[in-house]
Design a protein around this ligand. Structure first.
Ligand code: ATR
Length: 276
């Protein structure tokens, strides 16, 4: 019987996940369909009950439900519990299990696309929101040597470091403090929405002090190359846009559902073609 998967979120009509997952199912000859479900905040619990009742095999969870969904699940993976957010649910014989593949997807994309080992690296994260949190845990698991966090509101960066309590050296900085120390980092990652369409002229941080050959990553994929990333590239950085994170979080979810790790290069092509 055809298996059903999907993504729940609000808004959801622009999601590229159905296209990416349905293409992978078709390519692998898996009899399954992936659908985008618009679920309002107040309907979340009913929607989760509905997954069970309808026997839906798995879903992705996106804004604004990643944290709110946790109490409605039967089991939460340890990493997802520590991050405090779920982006993937697996329906295992009626038990709903929550995972987080955002941070691990980001790290896998970073290491594969830039051919870099995270172990032992000095890293700067820009931003201290939900995206930064998942990435922070995943980078710590990958044994980065130092992960500093800078944020417009420095207090939030301090709080994030304190709450996560990972065994990696970390200092919180204001954006200006970080700009002055930029040459210390081998990898710089923007996890904020600064530069996202339609506000494409703004940049999260000045790159004046950046060393050449630094790896600079932006989790934004619309536009495909933010103004900030373009400037980094022109200054001699090795750059990575947000398509990799999006595709790898999806590929890791796909693997949890099917046991098969799909063709990520093909997934990237499908996504980039659509973003065109
Ligand atoms: P997400 O879950 O996508 O990370 P979030 O939790 O709302 O979203 O976090 C957004 C991040 O982007 C925060 O670090 C935020 O900084 P503040 O903590 O100071 O709000 C950052 N951010 C958003 N807009 C920004 C802007 N215009 N300039 C600098 N930082 C910004």
């Amino acid at each position: 019987m055809k298996k059903l998967y999907g993504v729940i979120g609000c808004p959801i009509h622009h999601s590229l996940s159905p296209l990416m997952h349905n293409d992978a199912f078709q390519l692998l000859g898996i009899d399954a369909h992936y659908h985008a479900f618009h679920v309002e905040k107040e309907d979340l619990q009913e929607a989760i009950k509905g997954l069970k009742a309808l026997g839906i095999s798995g879903v992705n969870v996106t804004i604004p439900h990643k944290t709110a969904v946790i109490p409605f699940l039967d089991e939460i993976d340890e990493m997802a519990a520590r991050i405090g957010a779920v982006n993937t649910i697996v329906n295992e014989n009626g038990r709903l299990i929550g995972y987080n593949t955002d941070g691990s997807g980001f790290v896998r994309a970073l290491s594969e696309e830039t051919k870099t080992d995270i172990q032992g690296k000095h890293i700067l994260l820009i931003g201290a929101g939900g995206a930064a949190r998942g990435i922070y845990f995943a980078l710590a698991s990958a044994q980065a040597l130092r992960i500093d966090i800078c944020n417009r509101t420095k207090l939030k960066a301090e709080k994030l470091i304190e709450e996560c309590d990972v065994s990696v050296a970390s200092t919180a900085y204001s954006l200006q403090e970080a700009e002055e120390r930029l040459s210390e980092y081998e990898i710089i990652i923007n996890t904020t929405s600064v530069g996202l369409y339609p506000d494409v002229e703004v940049m999260p941080l000045s790159l004046t002090c950046m060393k050449e050959h630094t790896i600079v990553s932006d989790i934004i994929y619309n536009p495909l190359e933010t103004k900030w990333l373009k400037e980094a590239r022109q200054k001699g950085a090795i750059v990575q846009n947000g398509v990799g994170m999006f595709v790898y979080q999806g590929a890791l979810a796909f693997e949890k559902w099917t046991g098969i790790f799909p063709d990520v290069e093909r997934m990237k092509q499908v996504v980039i073609q659509q973003l065109g």
